[in-house]
Design a protein around this ligand. Structure first.
Ligand code: ATP
Ligand code: ATP
Ligand code: CA
Length: 217
């Protein structure tokens, strides 16, 4: 289903979010107060406009209140980012996601009602660290401080064995949510499903248990 997104602030983060949402077929309004920043986005957004994200009138004139999702991607100017977020929440935008610069910024955004606070550098750093630690880990999502979901290749020792034979949940405390084989994904596999060394597993568990699973050869 097609959704409407507005992105305020077209640094590297704002541009990549806008471009991807537009590629996925959504309506994207891209906003920056610096006209030069709009040059590259016009072909990768539905509408683009020069406006100050801290000016309520300018935002209203762009019809911002018609958007369900607004992403505040103003980078270094913390004051502007905070004021913009506050205005959007006062205008009753249901979902306001904001890129945070640091812990203090995060705390303020949380207090003024940001619906999601994003730390792209931190999140990407974590993901890259996971890849570096285990070259079998393909992707990683942090669910909380303790639990994660990982995508991981099958250890050689598990080739051609079923989940029941391997007794993965009992032995590792890890649950396999899906098995990807080429383009097919077997969602919520049963105990009798067999693993092959070319498969990719989508696994959920406590970080300590996942780590033990990653270290299995
Ligand atoms: P990133 O970290 O995502 O790469 P950046 O560090 O390159 O971003 P910044 O210059 O910090 O980018 O800010 C992102 C964008 O936000 C810039 O293009 C800037 O022009 C824009 N911006 C700053 N203040 C405002 C504002 N008040 N209204 C609208 N846009 C703004
Ligand atoms: P459980 O209470 O752990 O689900 P169960 O006695 O219901 O176990 P089965 O569903 O028959 O057993 O599965 C047998 C064993 O196979 C489980 O104990 C578990 O170790 C493993 N297993 C089955 N499905 C999965 C899965 N999706 N991920 C990880 N291990 C699984
Ligand atoms: Ca930056």
């Amino acid at each position: 289903m097609k959704k409407q997104f507005a992105i305020i602030g077209l640094g590297r983060f704002g541009v990549s979010v806008s471009t991807e949402l537009y590629k996925l077929g959504h309506d994207v309004l891209a906003i920056d107060n610096n006209e030069e920043k709009l040059d590259d986005i016009t072909n990768h957004s539905t509408y683009s406009a020069v406006a100050d994200g801290t000016d309520e009138k300018e935002l209203r004139n762009l019809g911002i209140t018609n958007f369900d999702h607004v992403i505040v991607a103003i980078g270094d100017d913390l004051q502007a980012s905070i004021l913009c977020t506050l205005l959007l929440k006062e205008m009753d935008i249901p979902s306001v996601w904001v890129k945070a610069q640091n812990f203090h910024h995060h705390k303020v955004l949380d207090k003024i009602g940001a619906d999601k606070i994003i730390h792209p550098e931190h999140d990407m750093g974590n993901r890259i660290a996971q890849h570096l630690v285990s070259d079998r880990v393909i992707d990683y999502i942090e669910l909380s401080a303790e639990y994660s979901i990982i995508e991981i290749t099958v250890p050689a020792s598990m080739h051609k064995k079923t989940l029941a034979q391997l007794d993965i949940r009992a032995k590792f405390g890890v649950t396999i949510l899906g098995i990807r084989r080429g383009k097919e994904v077997n969602i919520s596999p049963t105990a009798q499903d067999r693993l092959y060394k070319e498969d990719v597993l989508i696994a959920i568990g406590h970080n300590n248990d996942l780590r033990r699973f990653e270290e299995t050869n």
